[in-house]
Write a protein that binds this ligand. Structure first.
Ligand code: APR
Length: 228
C-alpha cells in the first residue's frame, strides 16, 4: 500500500463544532494564551488553566467526528495512512483512524506535573486541583503548552520524508515546528492542501483546494480510492 501522510489542524474539527484558534472569533480572540496555555499560566493560576481545558474536554465529549474525519478513516482501505495532528481532540480516532500521532498532546489525557511519563486517560471532563498522580503530584492537562518542547516532532519527520502522498488539512501553518513538516515531504510526491483559506502554496506538486474539510476530503478521498 502507498504511504499517505496527513497533517491536520483545528480546521479539521471545525464542522464538528470545535472552534479554531486564529479564525474570526477564534479561541485566541476569547482567551489570552499566556493566561491559559503556558507553563507560567500554570504556575500563576492553575485553576484558570484547569477551567479552560475542562470546558474544552466537556465540549469534546458532546461533539462527533465529521465527514472529513470519516473520509480519512475510509482511506485506510487502500492506503497505509498516518495522521499527524496538531489537534488535541480524539475525533480522528473516534472516526476509526488507526494511526494518529498527536504533536500537541491529548485533551482526554492528564499527567503528573512533575513526572511526564505518568499519563492517564480521563473518562470524565473535570480535572480538579488536588487530583494527583501516583507520585503524589498534581495532575495537569497532557497538552504541549506554548514555550514547551514538541517531543513527537522527531518521530514525525521521517514519517513525512517516507510519504508517497502528503495531505495538509485545516491548518493556518503558523505554528512551528508542526508547520515545518511540509518541507520534509518529497519534492516529487503529490501534495494536497484542503482549507477554505488555502490560497496558493508555492510547493512542488501541491494542489490547493479552497474547501472545508467535511466537503473537500470526501471528494478527494473518492478520487484517491478510485486510483488504486
Ligand atoms: N475545514 C478546513 N479548514 C478550516 C475550516 C473547515 N471547516 N474552518 C477553518 N479552517 C481553517 C482556517 O482557514 C485556518 O487556516 O483552519 C485553519 C485553523 O487555523 P488555526 O486556528 O491557526 O489552527 P491550527 O493551524 O491548527 O493551529 C496550530 O496553534 O493554537 C495552537 O496548539 C494550537 O495546535 C494548535 C496550533
Amino acid at each position: 500500500m502507498q504511504k499517505l501522510v496527513v497533517l491536520s489542524g483545528a480546521g479539521m474539527s471545525a464542522e464538528s463544532g470545535i472552534m479554531t484558534f486564529r479564525d474570526m472569533g477564534g479561541m485566541w480572540e476569547q482567551y489570552n494564551i499566556e493566561e491559559v496555555a503556558s507553563p507560567i499560566a500554570w504556575q500563576q493560576d492553575p485553576q484558570l488553566v484547569l477551567d479552560f481545558y475542562n470546558i474544552r474536554r466537556k465540549q469534546l465529549m458532546e461533539v462527533e467526528p465529521n465527514a472529513g474525519h470519516f473520509a480519512l478513516a475510509d482511506l485506510e482501505k487502500e492506503y497505509d495512512v498516518q495522521i499527524i495532528t496538531q489537534n488535541v481532540d480524539n475525533l480522528h480516532e473516534r472516526a476509526g483512524s488507526t494511526n494518529v500521532m498527536h504533536l500537541h498532546g491529548e485533551l482526554m489525557k492528564v499527567r503528573s506535573e512533575v513526572d511526564e511519563s505518568l499519563i492517564h486517560e480521563m473518562d470524565h471532563w473535570e480535572l480538579k486541583l488536588g487530583d494527583t498522580a501516583e507520585d503524589g503530584h498534581q495532575l495537569r492537562p497532557h497538552i504541549v503548552w506554548f514555550g514547551e518542547a514538541v517531543p513527537m516532532i522527531e518521530e514525525a519527520i521521517p514519517i513525512v520524508q517516507d510519504a508517497d502522498i502528503f495531505m495538509v488539512v485545516g491548518t493556518s501553518l503558523q505554528v512551528y515546528p508542526a508547520a515545518g513538516l511540509l518541507s520534509y515531504a518529497g519534492h516529487e510526491i503529490p501534495k494536497y492542501y484542503i482549507d477554505p483559506n488555502a490560497g496558493e502554496l508555492h510547493i512542488s506538486n501541491m494542489t490547493c483546494l479552497n474547501d472545508k474539510a467535511g466537503v473537500g476530503l470526501p471528494k478527494l478521498v473518492k478520487q484517491l480510492l478510485s486510483m488504486t
